[in-house]
Design a protein around this ligand. Structure first.
Ligand code: FAD
Length: 283
């Protein structure tokens, strides 16, 4: 297996065009595990972590977005000022693996793998992020909701690089919560991100680890929109209960080695109810 290190975006795109069988390597915390376990046998890998455009991020206050280069690490997402702009993503980042993993694992790698258990992904779904793809023949933008099609399957073509993820900066409370078999170094059994969009008067709720892709709980969102008091940050106990039940009903969990479907569904209800209560603490 050959390994090519590129230092420019053009170099990366040319290399992928010349060898679409090459696998993109960012932090390697997913890909190297797959290669070590023999699940993937690439003839070449293309290391992209030295490409400056992928390593940086920028805040654009004029359209209230942050453009995260694909190779920005979860450790960087946890740092201010980025953590202040995208608090739920920072919260999710704090739950990813260990400090060693967070220092090398990238947001683009999480999106590239698109496991339904990826911790950053419910946040990107709730915030309605956009994935930027580039190849030697052009660029395209894919709404996050359309990027993953099945567990670890995406619309990315082999010759395309994820260059960035654009994430809207919302005003309003937002948070991420996850359940696993222990408190650290754990893949989510169930996860939720709730984001309040004050400007639009919306509550967004995304569910992880309970379906083939990240799920938006649209019935729960519509119910919250109609039932909470945004100005007073008020939600009644009945509203929280009903919201939790609607969130649980939106889950499509399975039994697997990490959990039962029934536990996952229950956990989603608990997490969603807690997040709504944090967002609207006045009962
Ligand atoms: C011990 C351990 C603990 C972990 N804990 C967690 C956890 O708690 N939560 C969690 O969500 N994940 C966890 N992971 C999984 C992993 O760390 C994350 O998914 C991480 O974000 C992957 O990023 P990476 O940069 O290492 O990706 P890589 O392994 O380099 O790549 C992952 C996939 O994305 C593709 N890819 C990467 N970058 C690009 C790009 N720019 N363009 C196109 N394709 C690209 C690769 O080809 C590959 O298919 C853990 C992994 C390990 C080994």
């Amino acid at each position: 297996m050959s390994c090519l290190n590129v230092t420019t975006l053009a170099g990366a795109l040319d290399a992928l065009a010349a060898d679409p069988g090459a696998l993109v390597l960012a932090g390697g915390t997913d890909l190297l595990v797959e290669i070590n376990m023999g699940h993937r046998r690439p003839t070449s890998v293309l290391s992209v972590t030295r490409v400056p455009e992928l390593r940086s991020w920028a805040h654009d206050p004029s359209n209230a977005t942050v453009r995260l280069g694909a190779a920005v690490t979860y450790a960087e997402v946890m740092e201010h000022p980025l953590a202040g702009l995208l608090p739920a993503l920072a919260q999710a980042a704090r739950t990813v693996g260990s400090p060693q993993i967070r220092n090398t694992a990238t947001v683009g790698g999480n999106v590239g793998t698109s496991s339904p258990a990826g911790d950053g992904l419910p946040v990107l779904a709730a915030l309605e992020a956009v994935v930027h793809l580039a190849s030697a023949t052009g660029v395209r933008e894919v709404p996050f909701a359309e990027f993953a099609t099945a567990p670890k399957r995406t619309v990315r073509r082999p010759d395309e690089l994820i260059t960035a993820i654009t994430v809207p900066v919302l005003t309003g409370w937002q948070g991420y919560s996850k359940v696993g078999v222990r408190n650290a170094m754990v893949i989510a059994t169930a996860s939720t991100c709730l984001a309040v969009d004050e400007a639009a008067g919306n509550v967004r709720l995304a569910l992880g680890s309970v379906g083939p892709v990240i799920i938006r709980a649209s019935a729960a969102e519509a119910f919250a929109r109609a039932s909470v008091d945004f100005a007073e940050r008020r939600a009644t106990a009945d509203t929280v209960r009903e919201f939790a039940a609607l969130a649980a009903a939106a889950a499509r969990p399975i039994d697997d080695h990490r959990s039962t479907a029934a536990y996952r569904r229950h956990a989603i209800g608990v997490l969603a109810g807690r997040l709504l209560r944090r967002a609207f603490p006045n009962g």
